[in-house]
Design a protein around this ligand. Structure first.
Ligand code: ADP
Ligand code: SF4
Length: 708
């Protein structure tokens, strides 16, 4: 199909110094937990983005010297010539598909702990190392500054020799050394690098000049700069020093890559930001420089992208997350298939990969991180190897992803969903405050299913074991897949309580499912056999939320209950509310929002018992206790798989042959409750591996060995 002419402007080439991007789609640097440890995986992932049409594909941060390294976090590494071979794999993969390759070389001063190299951290001033490391950086001497400049120059030369087309100077996110020099918060120097802005900008200016002199004839020099810090003492803002720095260096780099800081604001989740949210801060840059400007804002809609260009906000559409969720976003727009874009939902599961030192994952794109080791391609999947048919019971994230991918392979699939609509927990949760974009997980898959004549799907179809066998027989579906999800438990069993809590029924115990008002039909397979509680009860009076889940659920339930007029107390055994959301860059934002809403937060306490209308809490140290008297408690603890169908079908195994059934499997939350990303991944994995030869004991993916 021909692309919509309204989007033509997105496909205009853009000159970046001596090189030219074929279009305006620019994958800005982003971490992926692959980097120097998994160089083939890194290369394959970036190569696929080039294949998907991005004009520029960047690395993540690339360390230039062991005096600033991120271990155990996995970034890029260009300490010496020995690292060039690994990075060349990525450059070749990107060039193979006609994109420019960019490298973000960086020294991070006091931001990196040097846990592997054990070299003392050096910083703009003698300040403490980031991240609660029990160490301090020493204040750099002029000689140290000269050394950093030389390491940066050497790294730029090596980058050019590897074949990179764009070399970065990184001064963003409060992470990079030249930003620390700029910052009044960090810079306490009294020499020519401290004091006035002219002095504080000196190192940044020198690094850009050094890079231009070293490689500027062959490579575009990009300056990644935070124009506005959203928080922090003595912050840089777009109204003052952020703007002044752009004015001072306006024509020096070949490209301005601008954003807001820190990372939790730059990659703000959908709960805390809309598409294009950075525009109010970055829009001034194009007024100040004639050089091209790239910026981000979780852009997934071609209309918004066109508007950014036409209104003179940006020259290049920067993307990290939208390129992760759909590496083929530009190609889809170009081929007139914008409706097929798998839009980022802004959940930040991708960031959690980096934060927890594991390869990247994505809720929308199950193939990300698996491009090399499992040879998964986001747009290609092996054709069916038989004419087998499948019956999928449950149309949530796992069921829909499996049905879609099996259907794309060419298998005949029937999906039976008990509820009045598809989506399972995704649909339910997308009705909670701030989570509406999560419905994209469902929308994308339902739209793709409509294009597959070999997949039929039904709502209002709650099935029991006998019906499943009967239905499978009628459909000649030899393979039954249960994707029936999980339900929140009411009895308190979770991380802190391994047995049901002592409870005398004097306080109403609710679950998130109650609050979300589960779909019209409650599956019989749910382990909690209690009738659906009256969610409205919890909307009035004092409600306690007990969070032993530590992810987002307790906090969004709190928001919903406050909106309904309840006074909410959130109790957690952890040291801070929603502690796992540190990994999705949301924790501080969630805590701030809850405090603004007047939610009382009690940390480091677990429930001791619920008796005589009182909830007794106990400090996790086991010492003190205190009591609350809420009208209801919402237990956000463990979830139990809805697996009774699985066991019922296995109990009837003698009837399988008569029904023509060969296998009964379970996937997603019905097997092991986890994130939506995990359910999508498991659905996808099932589809990829279905009908394949299973080698028991074989490692299911390729590994990258260190050469010995
Ligand atoms: P997952 O994340 O693993 O996909 P979900 O809870 O999101 O899990 O989805 C499970 C879906 O399965 C829900 O929409 C639920 O209504 C449906 N379901 C559960 N039991 C049955 C059943 N017996 N028959 C048909 N659908 C069912
Ligand atoms: Fe977007 Fe979530 Fe995927 Fe990250 S994990 S790219 S935020 S959908």
């Amino acid at each position: 199909m021909r692309r919509d002419p309204r989007y033509d402007i997105l496909f205009e080439p853009v000159k970046i110094g001596p090189v030219t991007s074929r279009n305006r789609f620019y994958q800005v640097p982003h971490c992926n937990g692959l980097g120097h440890v998994y160089p083939r995986a890194e290369a394959r992932q970036r190569g696929i983005k080039a294949e998907g049409g991005w004009g520029v594909v960047s690395t993540q941060e690339v360390e230039i010297h062991p005096s600033s390294e991120w271990s155990p976090y996995i970034e890029g590494r260009l300490w010496d010539a020995g690292d060039m071979k690994r990075l060349r794999l990525m450059v070749d993969a990107v060039h193979e598909h006609g994109a420019l390759a960019a490298i973000e070389i960086t020294h991070n001063g006091h931001a990196s702990g040097n846990r592997y190299s054990r070299l003392p951290a050096m910083g703009v001033s003698g300040i403490m190392v980031d991240g609660y490391e029990p160490s301090q950086a020493y204040a750099m001497t002029r000689r140290d500054i000269a050394k950093v400049r030389e390491w940066h120059r050497q790294a730029a030369l090596r980058a050019r020799d590897i074949g990179f087309d764009i070399v970065y100077v990184y001064a963003a996110h409060d992470l990079a050394l030249p930003f620390h020099f700029l910052s009044r918060r960090h810079n306490q120097r009294t020499d020519e690098y401290g004091g006035s802005l002219e002095n504080r900008v000196r190192l940044l200016r020198e690094l850009v000049q050094d890079s231009k002199a070293a490689v500027g004839d062959r490579c575009g020099i990009a300056l990644r700069f935070t124009v506005h810090e959203m928080a922090g003492e003595d912050r840089i803002t777009a109204q003052d020093e952020g703007r002044e720095v752009v004015q001072m260096l306006a024509e020096l780099p070949d490209l301005w890559d601008v954003n807001v800081s820190d990372w939790s604001y730059d990659s703000a989740s959908a709960r805390f930001s809309e598409e294009g949210f950075q525009e109010p801060y970055t829009a001034f840059v194009k007024q100040v420089t004639n050089k091209p400007v790239v910026g981000v804002g979780r852009f997934t809609s071609p209309e918004t992208m066109v508007s950014q260009i036409e209104r003179g906000v940006l020259d290049l559409i920067g993307a990290a997350r939208p390129s992760i969720a759909d590496p083929f976003l530009p190609a889809k727009i170009e081929r007139g298939r914008a409706d097929d874009i798998r839009e980022c939902i802004g959940c930040n599961i991708c960031a959690s990969g980096d934060m927890t030192v594991r390869p990247i994952r994505c809720t929308q794109n199950p193939t990300v991180g698996e491009e090399y080791r499992r040879d998964w391609h986001p747009q290609k999947i092996a054709a069916a190897t038989s004419d087998a048919a499948l019956l999928m019971v449950g149309g949530g994230a796992a069921g829909l992803e499996a049905a879609m991918s099996l259907g794309q392979r060419g298998y005949r699939v029937t999906v039976a969903e008990a509820a009045a609509q598809f989506g399972g927990r995704v649909w339910r949760e997308s009705n909670l405050p701030g989570l509406s974009s999560w419905r994209r997980v469902l929308d994308y898959r339902l739209a793709q299913l409509q294009k597959l004549p070999n997949v039929q799907s039904f709502t209002h179809s709650e099935l029991e074991a006998e019906q499943i066998l009967q239905f499978a027989n009628e459909l000649q579906a030899a393979h039954i897949v249960l994707a029936t999800g999980a339900k929140w438990t009411r009895d308190g069993v979770g991380r802190s309580h391994h047995k049901p809590l002592p409870h005398d029924d004097s306080v109403r115990l609710l679950t998130p499912d109650d609050i979300m008002r589960a779909p019209t039909s409650t599956p019989k397979s749910v382990a909690d056999a209690k009738p659906a509680a009256d969610g409205a009860l919890a909307m009035r009076g004092e409600v306690m939320i007990y969070d032993d889940d530590h992810y987002y659920m307790a906090s969004v339930i709190a928001e919903k209950l406050v909106a309904g007029g309840a006074q909410v107390t959130l109790v957690t055994p952890a040291a801070e509310v929603a502690v796992w959301t540190r990994n999705t860059l949301e924790q501080e934002h969630i805590e701030n929002r809850l405090r603004e809403l007047g939610v009382t937060i009690i940390e480091r306490h677990k429930i001791h018992q619920v008796r005589a209308k009182q909830v007794t809490l106990q400090h996790v140290s086991g010492k003190q206790t205190c009591a609350l008297t809420p009208a209801a408690v919402v237990m956000v603890t463990a979830r139990r798989p809805c697996e009774s169908l699985y066991w019922a079908l296995h109990a009837q195994q003698s009837q399988w042959a008569t029904a023509g059934v060969q296998s009964v499997s379970r996937i997603g939350d019905c097997l092991a409750p986890g994130t939506i990303a995990a359910a999508v991944y498991e659905g996808h994995r099932f589809a990829r591996e279905f009908d394949g030869a299973v080698e028991v004991d074989a490692v299911p993916f390729k590994r990258e060995y260190v050469e010995v």
